[in-house]
Design a protein around this ligand. Structure first.
Ligand code: HEM
Length: 366
């Protein structure tokens, strides 16, 4: 009996390994240079073992294959063509975009309806429609007029919070959490036009949701994100969800409340929520969940990306006094020029700050 079970287990394992590695000669057969896969990780073992960010591995491979216009890699068992040549890249992303438009990541609408409607996940015609819906809301003019004043408001509140708590920070402060609160406050103001207080209020629901979703110290959390991109089929099978059901319900409720309040108080503004609300009134096929998903997209795509960029930029600046001094001088000089007001144009004038942030994005491959 024991040997029968052992034999069955060995056969199943063997079948799985054969199935999984079946494609491992994919690039070899096509005579395309490739990074040899390691079972079951493919070419991204360190990312799947959470030893390195996926972006760093991609960066290393980009330079390793610098003599080629393109090369092959494997995400798990999936062959991926990596294009280095700018002309070829332009052909794929512009000229022949219709043949290459699909996103890689997948998510089941059953496990997370709002996450699954994110343009990062949607495919084909649905992606196109979704992008058509949101693009007009993010023109430079709209960001400057409707969103930027909110960002300044949150910045002022952050300044006040830090000034007030300076003594409490003498033993250090977790910048990622503070930056996450900052980005989450910007989200609630820009996306929902409601003012909360993530800095002071430890029970702020958006803060709690953001912490639950993005805490990178959580192994399953980060693996979930990687799996969605690396092996969408497995991610679908496991019904991976970005948001918990409670979070989805909370967002739905807040959106209903905001809409009701606006109706009762006859509020008609130019913000993102009003834009989406109007879109729903004008389009019969734009559902309640479409609206909610666009709000949630701002949250999912905007909060942690912003928080991580702030954290890493601050860490680098703190470790480089020369950069710190130069940046301080630039900020002081430009604030004087703009009458001590952090206007949109003042921010755009801070070119060294822009270089610092761009350098971080490039270096850390966020
Ligand atoms: C440091 C900040 C950020 C970084 C590094 C970043 C990076 C990226 C990357 C690499 C993609 C995939 C592009 C593609 O597959 O073609 C993407 C997509 C996207 N990002 Fe960001 N992002 C950042 C901030 C934001 C913010 C603040 C928002 C929202 C306001 C946002 C919204 C989106 C959306 C909606 C998509 C999907 C676009 C599509 O597929 O059509 N991102 N982002």
């Amino acid at each position: 009996m024991f040997f029968d079970i052992l034999l069955i287990l060995i056969t199943i394992t063997l079948c799985f390994v054969i199935f999984y590695t079946w494609n491992y000669d994919y690039w070899k057969k096509r005579r395309i240079p490739y990074e040899s896969p390691i079972f079951p990780f493919g070419s991204i073992k360190d990312a799947l073992l959470l030893r390195k960010p996926l972006g760093s591995i991609i960066h290393e491979l980009y330079y390793k294959y610098k003599d080629y216009k393109y090369f092959g890699i494997f995400f798990g068992r999936h062959p991926i063509l990596f294009i280095r040549d700018p002309e070829l890249f332009k052909m794929v992303t512009v000229k022949n975009f219709n043949d290459f438009q699909d996103n890689t990541a997948s998510m089941s609408e059953k496990s997370d309806i709002l996450g699954a409607l994110n343009p990062f996940i949607l495919k084909g015609e649905r992606w196109k429609i979704s992008r058509t819906h949101i693009t007009p809301a993010f023109t430079s003019l709209k960001i400057k007029q409707n969103m930027y004043p909110n960002m300044v408001d949150v910045s002022e509140r952050l300044k006040m919070y830090i000034t007030k708590n300076l003594d409490n920070f003498s033993n250090g402060i977790k910048i990622q959490n503070l930056a996450r609160d900052f980005a989450s406050e910007i989200f609630t103001l820009c996306g929902l036009a409601i003012k909360t207080d993530a800095f002071e209020d430890s029970k702020n629901p958006f803060k709690i949701i953001a912490h639950e979703m993005f805490e990178t110290e959580s192994f399953t959390g980060i693996l979930k994100f990687i799996l969605m991109i690396v092996d969408p089929a497995v991610s679908l099978l496991l019904r991976t969800a970005l948001m918990s059901k409670t979070a989805v319900e909370y967002f739905r409720k807040v959106i209903r409340d905001v809409r009701l309040q606006r109706k009762i108080n006859n509020i008609n503004t130019n913000d993102y929520f009003s834009y989406l609300d109007k879109l729903q009134i004008d389009n019969a096929d734009f559902s309640e969940d479409d609206l909610a998903s666009h709000i949630v997209t701002l949250f999912i795509d905007g909060v942690e990306t912003t928080a991580s960029t702030i954290k890493l930029t601050m860490a680098e600046i703190a470790a480089n006094p020369r950069v710190f001094k130069k940046l301080r001088e630039e900020i002081d000089r430009i604030m004087v020029k703009y009458d001590n007001k952090l206007t949109y144009d003042a921010l755009r004038d801070m070119t060294y700050l822009d270089h610092c942030i761009s350098g971080i994005l490039l270096f850390f491959h966020i």
